[in-house]
Design a protein. Sequence first.
Length: 89
Amino acid sequence: MTLKQLAPDLAAAHELTRKQVEAVLAGLVETVTTRLKAGDKVRLTGLGILQVRDRPARTGRNPGTGQPIEIQASRKIAFSAAKELKDVV
């Protein structure tokens, strides 16, 4: 499901227009992106926590040849689901 698909449901539930909801969702994505770039954790109560984690360089294996390869250090976004969400799903 995409943000555009969420917008009509949220608009109907909160008596807003679809365009207003799409603008709010776009603002949410922009704000979350900015905060993650800054290194902050983003806690969405009832949904979970988004945070950036540093992954160190490591040795891996090429699945085709089995040869060892060096995997560079990287930064990844991690999501930890909230207990409320886990209980519902």
